[in-house]
Design a protein around this ligand. Structure first.
Ligand SMILES: Nc1ncnc2c1ncn2[C@@H]1O[C@H](COP(=O)(O)OP(=O)(O)OP(=O)(O)O)[C@@H](O)[C@H]1O
Ligand SMILES: [Mg+2]
Length: 304
């Protein structure tokens, strides 16, 4: 059975007239890489602040590992919210040692997290000499101290160049492969699509939808098909057992099926009727275009 790590029920938080979080419910299960996706100001950081006990909600409830938040459950969670603070004149190792002491984690764990984040060779250098990307990795390293079961990352790739983004992405995937549950807030659709197994899309504090990223994407697949005899092809397509709908553009039929698209099955089906494709390809919308379609919002793709 799936074990629930975090359950959020009907959570709301307003700042004056601004509804930062509005009736939000979601469930995060063990082993998921869960993306909280939404444009700037959609309530991601507020939500994470609430479930970490840093912000009080007006209403609603949440449970970690089936229980209300306690110092015991907090020990099972590692988090970075927005800007982590480190001492500029101390090395990475010394910064992590201080955090390890505060958290009651064995100091020897600092080497493990430094290795995992690729900072081991630079561990003795002062924090202030680190590049932006290295600082970001050190923040993730600090959250990983004590090997928490859950890692909460708020915009971990903010401000990084494409190489740095790819490094952090690989790191998150690696941490997830070791069994941790990861909650990742991001306004970058591409990031969520590449890293997350599950997603909840927020807009103005409300959840638009949530689900398995693969399932969300498979709903957005279409098959592009062309053949010499377009009329015969269209007739056959309409009779395809999983047919849902189709359009024709420039002599190419765009087919939507019920459930997952299977190009091989469509190909077989057509060739059985002596229809041979001059073109057959699967088109999958990105989460971004799907998201924009859903929200009708252009601001969703804007970066900080
Ligand atoms: N301490 C606060 N005081 C007043 N308003 C706040 C406060 N914190 C958040 N808000 C407001 O709540 C809304 C949600 O903010 P939040 O920081 O949760 O969004 P976000 O999704 O994390 O955005 P971003 O992508 O920019 O980080 C915004 O309109 C913000 O201005
Ligand atoms: Mg935020």
């Amino acid at each position: 059975m799936e074990e629930n790590v975090l359950e959020i029920e009907n959570l709301s938080k307003s700042y004056g007239k601004v509804k930062a979080v509005s009736g939000l419910s979601l469930t995060i299960s063990k082993g998921q890489v869960f993306g909280l996706l939404g444009p700037n100001g959609s309530g991601k950081t507020t939500t994470l602040g609430i479930v970490l006990g840093a912000t009080l909600p007006q209403s609603g409830d949440f449970r970690w590992f089936g229980k209300s938040l306690s110092s015991k459950s907090l020990k099972r969670i590692g988090a970075i919210l927005e800007h982590p603070n480190f001492y500029p004149y101390l090395s990475a190792t010394d910064n992590l040692r201080i955090i390890a002491q505060i958290r009651n984690v064995q100091e020897s764990d600092t080497d493990r997290v430094l290795r995992m984040t690729g900072l081991f060779d630079r561990r003795k250098h002062h924090f202030q000499t680190y590049s932006f990307g290295m600082k970001q990795r050190l923040a993730i390293a600090s959250a990983m101290l004590g090997n928490p079961e859950v890692l909460i990352l708020d915009e971990p790739t903010n401000g990084l160049d494409p190489g740095g983004i790819a490094e952090i992405r690989d790191l998150i995937t690696h941490i997830a492969s070791e069994g941790a549950t990861i909650v990742l807030a991001s306004h970058l659709l591409d990031e969520v699509q590449k890293v997350c197994s599950h997603v909840a899309v927020l807009q103005r504090g409300e959840k638009l939808f949530s689900g398995n990223v693969e399932e969300v994407l498979s709903n957005t697949e279409t098959l592009l098909i062309a053949s010499d005899d377009l009329i015969k092809l269209e007739q056959a397509i309409i009779n395809y057992p999983d047919y849902l709908s189709h359009t024709i553009n420039n002599g190419i039929i765009e087919l939507k099926t019920n459930g997952v698209c299977h190009p091989d099955q469509v190909n077989q089906y057509l060739s059985n009727q002596d229809i041979f494709c001059s073109h057959l390809s699967l088109r999958r919308k990105t989460l971004e275009s799907y998201f924009l379609e859903l929200t009708g919002s252009k601001s969703a793709s804007s970066s900080k």
